[in-house]
Write a protein that binds this ligand. Sequence first.
Ligand SMILES: NC(=O)c1ccc[n+]([C@@H]2O[C@H](COP(=O)([O-])OP(=O)(O)OC[C@H]3O[C@@H](n4cnc5c(N)ncnc54)[C@H](O)[C@@H]3O)[C@@H](O)[C@H]2O)c1
Length: 448
Amino acid sequence: MMNSKILQRRQFLKSTAVTGLGLTILPSGVLSGANAPSNKLNVAMIGTWGRADAHFDAISSENIVALCDVDENHVAHAAKRFPRAKHYVDWRKCLEQKDLNAVICCTTDHTHAFVGNWTLNRDLHIYLEKPIGNCVEEARKVRLNWEKKKNKLAVQVGTQRHAKPNFERVRELVKDGAIGELTDCYAWGNRQIRRKGYPPAQGQPPKNLHYDLWIGPSPYHPYNPEYFAGGPGMNCLSWNMYWDYGTGQVGDMGSHTIDLVWNAIDAGLPTTAEGEGEKFNPEVTPVELHIAFDIPANDWRGPVRVHWYQGGMMPRSPKEYIDLNKIGHGAMFKGTKGFVVCDFDSRILLPFGDDADLTYYKRRTKDEVIPPLGHFQKEWVNACKGDLKTSCDFTYGGTAIEMMLLGMVAYRTGEKLEYDGAAGRVTNSAKADDLLRREYRPGWTLNG
Ligand SMILES: NC(=O)c1ccc[n+]([C@@H]2O[C@H](COP(=O)([O-])OP(=O)(O)OC[C@H]3O[C@@H](n4cnc5c(N)ncnc54)[C@H](O)[C@@H]3O)[C@@H](O)[C@H]2O)c1
């Protein structure tokens, strides 16, 4: 019953000393000295306001040696907390700083794969906020770059909800057969932020904001204060619906919610993708969307269909008395003997049919349940110094978002796509294959 994931975590928890960066690091609380200055990571924060604030406490045990933000006021904000760090507005310059070990990246989605690749290419650990790419090719490049270096670099995709115990309770129910043979998985989100197109030019960027660097590799659109109108940690909702800057709810809540499914099914890349939704708008990502995938069998389950719904499109409820619309961001698993319906914190088991008496299913004992992951950001810090193992590394999180971004391509072409995941190619549509990647402004290199 004990799977490799449990074993990995238990081994990590039980280890008395792990080595990394040429240092011996002792688990905190066991012996003094583990937090000695020489044992600390030298970290660059790229993006220092908004989502970055959520990392301040977790990372304050380390040396923050560089702060980089296209908005100088936002650098100043983080400098109050980390006064000894050097300051940058261009992340390419920041990554030239010689004493770095690790990077936390909380910038706009359209720069994630760039920062990710450049960081990995300089042999630095990285915590990269979700989503790790804005198109299939970006997500793949980041993943493949890391997979070449996984024996020396620790990475984490910023899907911190993954640490909620319910993720593992859902996994246990599905994997242990509480709903029989798994056949279908559904995840959904109800956020609806409608925009018509890129906002028109309005005013000049304030002096503190390096707008051209904010645009970065994406096609230029004129400044409008709307892109910056959101509060801290919510400003992504001011730009992530525009194709050149984000992927809408697919990359936003989709990253978190598909994680409920991904964690439960040990999936690899899909072999097909289909999509439907509102009429395609070349400027704005869809609000209403349903994408679906065929995922091959693995060693404990048969092939499954995985679905993502958003913006009001929803899977059918298994029973009228369960109103799935009341679950803003949720997931559902269908098996031959029933359903599991869940959100991030709770779950319902719904056995159905005359033989769904649960006698076929053996609950885990207290000793067998998957142990808690602990603090998600700290897991990465410990991994950088230790065994390099994280729960949402770029293989795990990278394949999940690659699938979702492939679904966006299927939605755009309206075709059922055949996907060769090993090669990263759509094999039955040249048009769709072209849409796996996007164009960049001159001077910006994805894999520099
Ligand atoms: N894991 C989560 O729960 C969670 C929650 C919110 C946001 N996020 C993610 O965090 C990221 C940032 O979201 P946000 O709401 O804080 O957005 P934001 O627009 O506030 O940007 C965050 C910071 O990054 C800076 N920035 C933008 N582009 C930059 C660049 N090229 N170089 C350096 N700095 C740059 C901004 O000036 C800002 O200070 C997004 O990718 C979003 O998906 C994750």
